[in-house]
Design a protein around this ligand. Structure first.
Ligand code: PGA
Length: 260
């Protein structure tokens, strides 16, 4: 796992956007795995800027989002479909029909989850998957205890996640209790993983994910099993890492490292 400790949120967002843009430039029909939440907002802003100012072209790109709240239609202001339209899709030239977010209003979630997996497979798999991390160590909505082999499924959010996400709703009672989420197994099949975390509130979860044991109690720790995973942190989120100095040492010496 590559651990990149950035000076601040702006630097982290620009660095992560640079990786995503590099994937698109290298493969114009790239399949992007996208995340919602406050953490990737800076990354999306930077991608929008690159589209406007540098001609970063999304016309052949396909996207798959990690998750959606059960019960919220795409028009709902707090739905993740709405979030993606507002913060990225409407500001770049990705064809909307090539953007996929799980449905929060499926008639049969078993069928829907299976179809979502099939769509990812038919698209050729995900080239780069953007991830946030929950304060309970979740990736997507894979809460503690979720199988590391899980596929797209319906999950019950923890009370902590509901509390964390209540800031986006008028009151805590409005936060949905269930969600559709890609599974950990689904996420681990992406060819490249990019986890972003910012602020001291994430420091414990990040330390558990990066330096703790691989365990379903912190589903982000599954990144340790992935051959191409990078974690972009600011100083706050990196605050509890035992090997922080070593990660910085590696980054500082990267330009001179032999090609590998
Ligand atoms: P956040 O959410 O980016 O809003 O902190 C992260 C997550 O729960 O995955």
């Amino acid at each position: 796992m590559e651990v990149v400790i950035c000076a601040d949120y702006e630097e982290l967002s620009a660095a992560a956007a640079g990786v995503v843009a590099g994937v698109i430039r290298g493969k114009p029909d790239a399949v992007l795995g996208l995340a919602t939440g406050s953490t990737p907002l800076g990354l999306y802003e930077e991608l929008v800027r690159m589209h406007a100012e540098e001609g970063l072209d999304f016309s052949q790109v396909t996207t798959f989002n990690l998750d959606e709240y059960v019960g919220l239609a795409g028009e709902h202001e707090q739905s993740y479909r709405h979030f993606m339209n507002e913060n990225l899709f409407e500001h770049v030239n990705v064809p909307l029909e090539r953007t996929h977010v799980p449905s929060g209003t499926a008639e049969d979630y078993c069928v829907h989850c299976r179809q979502y997996e099939q769509l990812i497979e038919q698209a050729g798999g995900i080239d780069v998957q953007v991830l946030g991390i929950g304060s309970d160590g979740h990736i997507a909505f894979n809460e503690p205890g979720t199988s590391l082999a899980s596929r797209t499924h319906v999950t019950t959010l923890t009370e902590q996640t509901i509390r964390d996400n209540a800031r986006f709703f008028q009151k805590k009672q409005d936060v949905p209790i269930y969600a559709v989420t890609m599974g950990v197994g689904t996420i681990l099949e992406a060819r490249k993983l990019l986890l972003l975390a910012t602020g001291a509130g994430k420091a414990d979860a990040v330390a558990a994910a990066v330096e703790g044991p691989v365990t379903s109690m912190c589903t982000a720790s599954s990144l340790q099993l992935h051959p191409d995973a990078a974690v972009f942190l600011d100083e706050g989120a990196a605050g509890n890492l035992r090997m922080a100095d070593y990660y910085k040492w590696i980054q500082a010496r990267k330009p001179g490292a032999p090609r590998h």
